[in-house]
Design a protein around this ligand. Sequence first.
Ligand SMILES: *Cc1c(COP(=O)(O)O)cnc(C)c1O
Length: 341
Amino acid sequence: MIIDLRSDTVTKPSPEMLEYIIQAEVGDDVYKEDPTVNELERRVADLFGMDEGLFFPTGSMANQAAIKLHTNPAEQLICHKYAHVYNYEGGGVSFNSGVSCKLLEGDRGMITANAVEEAINPPDFYHSPLTTLVCLENTTNKGGGACYDFAEIEKIKTVCELHGLKLHLDGARLMNALVAKNEDPGRYGKIFDTISVCFSKGMGTPLGTVLLGTKDAMKNAMRVRKVLGGGMRQVGYMAAAALYALDHNIERLADDHQRALEIALVLKSSNYVKKVEPTETNIIIFYLNDGLDPQKFVGDLEARNIRISDMGQGKLRIVTHLDYTQEMHETLMQVLDEYSP
Ligand SMILES: *Cc1c(COP(=O)(O)O)cnc(C)c1O
């Protein structure tokens, strides 16, 4: 038994999801003739109270398309220094959109309205890039699954409106935030210009992200998606997996969160861990005591068939997900409890 906790992307479709995929009605989605894709896009848009959705193969492509929609070359976006759009999308912001990022500090991957306001370049000062977009992440990935306080998001929106900036949400794990905070998705739909909602993380599908926005924005997004090579044909099979996930895999995220909390507690009570970041959802970030080698720790766990991520700079990451069973959880808890470096 391999216990793979490197990421919530390692899940495989369940037999029930596969059955649902097989019965999907499909068509050529580049002609907008795939009824299952159309149904998914409609359903996710309705869930968030937004005009329209567009199905993308990956979260990175959806984020990159959103950035392209909201910016012109030489402009600047504002994001946290841990942001996925900056760190883990291959430099796409400059490759695809020709924009730069103003990176902000902030608690566990989150930024504040005050910090955003201070980071905006004065629009008349033509020496500096024009600031046109703010990108948030909820939950934060490198920040350890932290959830924004919605009041702060509202304040950031006010700053954006005051300065004519667009606001994009990288919602790769937005469902985790909604479940953890018991929030109404409609509130998000009212605030953001675009939201990417990922189905290949906690939702457990093989691939797919829906980008949400206004009718006009999504019409442009279709062109940008084609340019990026993301026009797909009978992709209703994958949309079916996402529809299945909407019905079956949202509420159960609470189980992932509970297990993550239990893992965090066992790490905290151990004598080899220096610090565990607050664990709000399914990601646990922790640091070993000074002098202990994170790579050795990862190797020791690997030898016991347990896989976790070394994020560099002493940062270790465990991510719970729907293929992490109670049996695996009990094994892991025992290994962590008995571990001695
Ligand atoms: C995983 C992830 C994405 C999208 O990644 P893909 O692998 O391209 O689907 C985007 N943002 C965050 C915060 C993520 O964790």
